[in-house]
Ligand binder design. Structure first.
Ligand code: FES
Length: 107
């Protein structure tokens, strides 16, 4: 099963083992990882699951769809080129070792 590492804005790191098919947001919530608020429960309507994806994994992700891209314009923290909504990233075996960082505002 893939391992996903979440790094807080202060540099604290937490690695969880996730089932393929769940989202990066769901794996965080199920494992009590702080910094992924997920107010809308994964409906792509809140942007409180915003993460910065480690650049070496960006090419492995499907591009953001229109609704995710629109929601990323509303993030509380700065949108960067590696910004994604973690509820829209489905975990696959290829993403084993994925590293995401949570923005400072999401604690
Ligand atoms: S959980 Fe609300 S947009 Fe991802």
């Amino acid at each position: 099963m893939p391992n996903i590492t979440y790094i807080s804005h202060t540099g604290e790191s937490r690695t969880v083992t996730a089932d393929a098919g769940v989202s990066v947001m769901q794996a965080a919530v199920r494992n009590g990882v702080p910094g992924i608020v997920a107010d809308c429960g994964g409906e792509c309507q809140c942007a409180t699951c915003h993460v910065y994806v480690d650049e070496k994994f960006l090419g492995l992700l499907k591009p953001a769809e229109e609704d995710e891209d629109a929601m990323l314009t509303l993030t509380a923290s700065e949108r960067k080129p590696n910004s994604r909504l973690s509820c829209q990233i489905a975990i696959t075996d290829k993403l084993d070792g994925l590293i995401v960082t949570t923005p400072e505002i999401q604690q």
